[in-house]
Write a protein that binds this ligand. Structure first.
Ligand code: DGT
Ligand code: CA
Ligand code: CA
Ligand code: ZN
Length: 590
């Protein structure tokens, strides 16, 4: 297991998971809370939008939600000395391959331990060979079925395409580079382009454009970026560098009078550009990053608007440039007026630190802290959507008494706001995120609905039901009159878990007919409903909601990522419930 001063987030997350696994093998009962803490910290670091080492540099390690005192101290030791004595001690009885094996889906700590101990597995390839030879089935507690399962997960693991970076992570790296570039007066403009500008959920590499009258100076300065591991390419107007976490950055430079052409070319997508080129050819024009050629003469564009206008089109928002009908719409002047961040009047999914005794996670900030952040964002209303209390640990009466207590607290918060919030005592809606059980039943008793304004429902278990069963499960779950929102509907986690299979056409029809709404979850690792399905929903007229699913007050700041998805799905203001004023929203709930 790697430890070193220059660890990047992915490596740190791996290390923290290895510690959790070690504790699990040592004494799971005694280390229960430690294990959870390490797993949480691993998730937190993995999804940070900046490198943990930079956060450490600023002395803010402990501010990372999920990273407590003792984990922060060990990371501090690693960044200072390259090693944590404590971590090394915890892991010392286990060979590194054990941790590698747990990266396979469905292989937990105990299984990995048995495989390593009994078969002396040295690598994943090794394990695959042993499984194919039938050696696994012979092991006590394994059998034919788990052997086939192992063969299956290894092949899935090997076919998994290289991870792409989540948008906020790529954005923060790009912003840092752009700040660096803008320090020089020969850099007149600098912008993030490619998938970053189109606000795709994930980013393969970072593309940056610069307007300058001194192209060579820009390329030299860019390739001497202190964080660059090496220069991959340096050409006439382009250069590429590789950063320590193996993320590639491509740069393209143009004179200011041609910068609009560069923006257009380098924003893509590739398919959009190909379709645009075909359209241009029909008009006798040819396109490039330098401009538009007409009868052998190069027309230059300092702005993108002019470039599209020359092609007879309205300006196409970058989020729509995927060759999915935007070119025709731009020619017909029928592009949608997309929703914008300032249209959003409230946030419809968040978790507080009220101890609702759920089997899922609770938030880290208090009700009051969530409200204060929401007020600072200018919202007219929010909904607290804590998870339902655990059903295995509570009977109906206990669940109701927890919800009663919560109702009282939310009532107090609303009352305390009555003078400061013009819109009256209903600032916080009392909602709940309720599990849809595999049977389609909801995880709270019928009489508990009385204590809610409305409910969200979502899938948190049994992700692998077949399409029909899953669809029936969801339709049944949505049927209750108090249920308004189907939250993070595919249940995907980007780079971690594929979404569930659903018959979307049936779900959309049901929502339309019964006035149910579908969430666009703005958490950057979910972005769920995904953009392509948002587009389908919008076409059908299904209403959508935006929710950050915040588990801390800072989580409320993720709303722009939900807006990105809505825009990529061609959603207008009127498609999104959150554009409604408090009064209008209340009316919709009746
Ligand atoms: P990514 O990096 O996989 O997230 O996606 P993009 O869209 O950023 O793709 P990238 O970085 O390969 O290229 C950046 C843009 O450059 C792309 O969106 C369109 C533009 N471009 C123009 N001509 C070409 C071409 O011939 N090939 C490719 N790949 N891109 C081109
Ligand atoms: Ca790119
Ligand atoms: Ca690129
Ligand atoms: Zn959830």
């Amino acid at each position: 297991m790697k430890m070193g001063k220059d660890m990047v987030n992915g490596e740190i997350a791996e290390l923290l998971r290895a510690i959790a696994i070690s504790y699990q093998l040592k004494n799971p009962e005694k280390n229960k809370f430690r294990i959870i803490a390490y797993e949480r910290a691993a998730d937190a670091v993995e999804h940070l939008s900046s490198e943990a080492k930079d956060v450490w540099d600023e002395g803010k390690l402990k501010d990372i939600p999920g990273v407590g005192e003792s984990i922060a101290a060990n990371l501090d030791e690693i960044f200072r000395t390259g090693k944590s004595k404590h971590f090394a001690e915890v892991m010392k009885d286990f060979p590194p391959i054990l941790f590698t094996l747990t990266e396979l889906p469905k292989i937990g700590a105990k299984t990995a331990f048995k495989l390593v101990k009994n078969l002396h597995v040295k690598s994943i390839d090794d394990l695959e060979k042993l499984a194919k030879k039938g050696e696994i089935a012979k092991l006590e507690g394994f059998g034919e079925e788990s052997q086939n399962e192992i063969i299956k997960v290894i092949s899935q693991f090997k076919n998994k395409k290289a991870d792409r970076y989540l948008l906020p992570y790529a954005e923060s790296i790009a912003n840092e580079l752009i700040t660096y570039l803008k320090k020089k007066s020969f850099v007149l403009k600098a912008d993030p382009l490619g998938s970053l500008r189109r606000k795709d959920a994930t980013v393969g590499d970072i593309d940056i454009s610069v307007a300058s009258n001194d192209v060579k100076a820009v390329l030299d300065y860019f390739t001497s970026y202190p964080k660059a591991k090496r220069t991959l390419e340096k050409g006439e107007i382009t250069a590429s560098i590789l950063l320590p976490n193996n993320i590639q950055v491509d740069l393209m430079v143009q004179k200011p009078e041609s910068y609009g052409s560069l923006l257009q070319h380098f924003t893509g997508s590739k398919h959009h550009n190909i379709a645009l080129r075909e359209h241009a050819l029909k008009m006798g024009l040819s396109l490039s990053e330098y401009g538009i050629k007409e009868k052998g003469k190069l027309l230059k564009f300092s702005e993108e608007v002019g470039f599209y206008k020359k092609l007879g089109m309205d300006f196409i928002p970058p989020e729509l440039r995927e060759d999915s009908g935007e070119i025709e719409a731009a020619l017909n002047h029928s592009l949608p007026e997309l929703i914008e961040l300032f249209d959003v009047k409230g946030d419809l999914q968040m978790h507080t630190n009220f101890d609702i005794e759920t089997s899922h996670d609770i938030g880290e900030s208090s009700m009051k802290e969530m409200v204060d952040m929401a007020l600072s964002l200018g919202y007219e209303y929010i909904a607290f959507t804590d998870h339902n209390p655990s059903r295995s640990k509570h009977n109906d009466k206990e669940i109701i008494s927890i919800l009663k207590e919560r109702l009282r607290l939310i009532g107090d918060i609303n009352y305390s706001l009555k003078d400061s919030v013009k819109t009256g005592v209903h600032y916080v809606f009392n909602s709940l995120e309720i599990d849809i059980l595999p049977s389609g039943e909801l995880a709270i008793p019928e009489s508990a609905f009385e204590y809610l304004d409305f409910a969200l429902v979502s899938i948190h278990s049994s992700f692998d039901l077949n399409k029909d069963d899953m669809t029936n499960r969801v339709l049944k779950g949505l049927d209750h009159p108090k249920v308004k929102i189907f939250a993070h509907p595919t249940a995907r986690k980007i780079n971690v878990r594929e979404g569930v299979e659903l018959n979307w056409s049936l779900i959309f029809d049901f929502c339309l007919k019964n006035d149910k709404w579908i969430e666009i979850n703005a958490d950057p690792m979910r972005l769920d409903l995904p953009d392509a399905l948002v587009r389908e929903a919008v076409k059908k007229g299904v209403k959508l909601t935006l929710g950050t699913d915040a588990h801390s007050k800072e989580g409320l700041l993720n709303m722009p990522y939900g807006i990105n998805v809505a825009r990529r799905g061609w959603a207008k203001k009127s498609d999104i419930i959150n554009n409604l004023s408090l009064k209008e929203f209340q009316k919709m709930l009746k």
